[in-house]
Design a binder for this molecule. Structure first.
Ligand code: GDP
Ligand code: MG
Length: 140
């Protein structure tokens, strides 16, 4: 399996509880390298565009409000099979359904405030990375 990149967000529920180091430790202890990272406050327009695929879902407005409720940490993670590997480490969207030991099982507050975002495909990873990072900001 080739080295791949994925896009990650440490969400406002996790930054609020000072969990960025513990979440980064999960990535680093499981073969993912943080090759870009910055702490940002998303604007409403940025959050709406980022989650545009969910615009018709009933939870869209709540999700956008949550994502702008505090700072987030946007990241590029690199490693073997990084997209799928990160989804495994995150666990299911609903922390009640997430496998024990996953980030969401350990840290998420609810199906919405679930601590992390991770790209769901290599194609979306490339789009999401380009949305937040210039090529020069990613240093492997
Ligand atoms: P993910 O890929 O596991 O993050 O899940 P999705 O792409 O399906 O949903 C995007 C984000 O929307 C999730 O991570 C949650 O923060 C939020 N979300 C998903 N489903 C629900 C829901 O049923 N209710 C609420 N309030 N938020 C949800
Ligand atoms: Mg998703």
């Amino acid at each position: 399996m080739a080295i791949e990149r994925t896009f990650s967000i440490i969400k406002p529920d996790a930054t609020r509880r000072n969990l960025t180091g513990r979440i980064n430790a999960v990535f680093e202890e499981n073969g993912l390298r943080i090759v870009a990272q910055k702490r940002v406050q998303l604007s409403q327009a940025q959050a709406e565009a980022f989650y545009g695929v969910h615009r018709e879902r009933p939870f869209f407005n709540d999700l956008v409000s949550f994502m702008i409720s505090g700072p987030v940490v946007v990241q590029v993670l690199e490693g073997e099979n990084a997209v799928a590997r990160n989804r495994e480490l995150m666990g299911a969207t609903d922390p009640k359904k997430a496998d024990a030991g996953t980030i969401r099982a350990q840290f998420a507050e609810s199906i919405e405030a679930n601590s992390v975002h991770g790209s769901d495909s290599a194609e979306n990873a490339a789009i999401e990375i380009a949305y937040f990072f210039a090529g020069s900001e990613i240093v492997a």
